[in-house]
Structure formats: C-alpha cells, structure tokens
Design a protein around this ligand. Structure first.
Ligand code: DAH
Length: 327
C-alpha cells in the first residue's frame, strides 16, 4: 500500500496538464470510475485491517484533493469553466436547426384569411364538437335530411345529440346568436364526415365559411365577393354559378371553376334563408345576407395541381418541405 501511494503521489506531481485533452486524461487516470488509480486504492481500503484503515483513508483523500487542486488550477488559468474537462473548439461548426415549412393546407387557409381581411371580414373560430341545433336544426336542415344520416355524421352521443360538426356553417349560427348585424365573418376549420377515404374524400377535411349580413345585401354582392376570391387565387380563371339547393340558403348556387378542360365544383353559396335569420332572432325584413362554404383540400388540389387528397395527411417530409410561402 505504501509503495503504491508513493508512486501515485509522484505521478500526480509529475503530470503536466497543458490542454483540455491532458486534463481529461489526468482526471481519468486517477479518478476514473473504474480504473482510476485512486479509485482502486479506495476500493482496496476495505481489505485493510480496521486500525490502519483510517490512516490510509486520510492519505488517499489527501491525494484526491491534490488531483482536484491541479484540475482547478488548470481551469483558473484557462478561464473556461468546464467541469467535464472537454476541450472547447470554437472552430467546430454549430449544429444547424432545420427550418420547417408550412403545411400546404395552412398556406391556402392563410391566403384566404388574408384576402378576406382586406375586405373587412372578421376571422372567428368555432368548436369542432357541436350539438344538433347549431349543426342542423338552426340551419334549417330538417330531421329527415340525408346529411343527418348516421352514415354521414360522427355522433359522439345521442339524446341530446352531440356530434363532430359536418360543416363550418354551424359557425354562422354561433356568431349570429351573439352579434347583431351588420357583420362580415370568415371561419376556417376541420369538419368530419363518415366517408370512405379515397383520392377525393376523407373522414376529415377543412372548410372555409364566409357570411355577410347587412341591410340590402344582394346576390350581386355575393357574386362580386366570389369573383374577388377566385381571381385573387387563380388569376383570370373562368367560373360559373350553377343553381343548387342548400337548406340554409335561398336561392342557392354552386360555383365551378374551369380547369384542365373540365368544370370542377369548388364551393356552395347563396342568400341566407330568412328562416335561418329568424332562428337566431335577426329581423329578415331589415337584414339580408349571403353565405358561402368551400373545401380547402379541393381548392388546394387545383392550386397545386395534385390528384390525391391523401398526400396532405401522409406527413411525408419530402412532400411537405416543397412548400415555401409568405403565408
Ligand atoms: N355547408 C355546405 C356543405 O358543407 C357548404 C355551404 C354551401 C356553405 C352553401 C354555405 C353555403 O355557407 O351558403 O356542403
């Protein structure tokens, strides 16, 4: 034991620490958890008769202090507090953090929001979990209407009916109940339908809903607004209004866009049915309004010239990082 102690003492003294690398070697040589020579001595202490153990313990502890002292002296001279003893190399390039990009659906969503902000619309959100009244009844969708079918709607519970909203038109009701006209409102969010997943449909997709209520709002205001939206998104695209039916608008229309020599339906719209206004206590003798709803996925398939909606939800980074946008 005495011999070993003397030897280690000598080694500590003679060791020259010049770099952080030396420092680490020095530390491991004496204090390394498994093979450090002082660590081993501490372990051997247990085998020594108890009377001598105390004296040796003291001596080894002194050596340990000397090692630590030497380490501290090196740190104080080199000014970089680094208790791991790792060499700091300022020339190593930093680890770069990759910047993400927005999801294409978010880009379209933000573009639409931006366009409607410019013409005085307010943006609001609505809940994805809805009750029957906001999603159907108040929107003039009678009990036997097919969109209430169990096949279409995800019900969370029955009686009272709680469901995942099937469209964003429910936001109309929520907003109109709380505010008095005039108002111009836009909302965009997820909607859910129990549909088979295919290249054109999914059980969840995004819709934009817009509505405008004031005195003397007419169908020409609606047309103008839709033209503004489509022209801003597609430039000089050809569109057509086709008569249609929605329970909550009268008259109703669907809008098609001419793309790759075919007409593609992109949205529904119409003048808000007086019955809907009545349901939310707005006087339809004084006020009128228009509303429209469009699918964000459908729109972005056209904008980005894609064929399959499922690619939006694959979460494939190679696809997602191709989208750079100011929005
Ligand atoms: N809610 C309709 C749907 O999901 C879309 C829609 C059509 C919304 C006409 C409207 C509208 O506001 O006026 O199919």
């Amino acid at each position: 034991m005495d011999k070993k102690i003397d030897q280690i003492k000598e080694e500590i003294k003679c060791f020259h620490i010049k770099t952080y690398n030396d420092l680490e070697i020095f530390r491991i040589k004496f204090l390394g958890k498994k093979k450090g020579s002082l660590t081993i001595l501490f372990k051997e202490l247990k085998k020594i008769p108890i009377q001598k153990r105390k004296t040796y313990g003291k001596i080894i502890n002194e050596l340990k202090k000397e090692v630590k002292n030497k380490i501290n002296i090196f740190y104080s001279k080199n000014e970089i507090p680094n208790n791991k003893g790792l060499q700091f190399d300022p020339t190593i390039p930093g680890k770069s953090i990759e910047t993400g990009s927005r999801h294409p659906l978010s880009i379209i969503k933000n573009r639409i929001i931006d366009l409607f902000m410019k013409i005085g619309f307010t943006y609001v959100d609505g809940p994805e979990i809805e009750d029957d009244w906001h999603n159907f009844t108040a929107l003039n969708i009678p009990i036997f209407h097919p969109s209430r079918d169990m096949q279409d709607t995800f019900f969370l519970c029955k009686n009272p009916d709680v469901l995942l909203r099937t469209h964003t038109s429910s936001v109309q009701i929520r907003y109109m109940k709380k505010h008095s006209p005039p108002f111009r409102v836009l909302s965009i969010g997820k909607v859910y339908r129990n549909e088979t997943i295919s290249s054109r449909s999914n059980f969840m997709f995004h819709q934009a809903e817009g509505f405008y209520i004031d005195r003397k709002v007419s169908f020409s205001d609606l047309k103008q607004t839709i033209h503004y939206l489509i022209n801003s998104l597609f430039g000089d695209a050809k569109i057509r209004f086709r008569p249609s039916y929605f329970p909550f608008t009268e008259p109703s229309a669907e809008v098609d866009i001419y793309c790759d020599s075919e007409w593609l339906e992109i949205m529904g719209c119409g003048m808000i049915d007086p019955q809907v206004l009545k349901n939310v206590n707005i006087d339809s003798e004084i006020y009128s309004g228009f509303a429209f709803g469009l699918g964000i996925e459908r729109l972005s398939l056209i904008i980005y010239r894609m064929k399959d909606i499922r690619i939006y939800f694959d979460n494939d980074i190679r696809f997602l990082k191709q989208f750079k946008s100011e929005f």
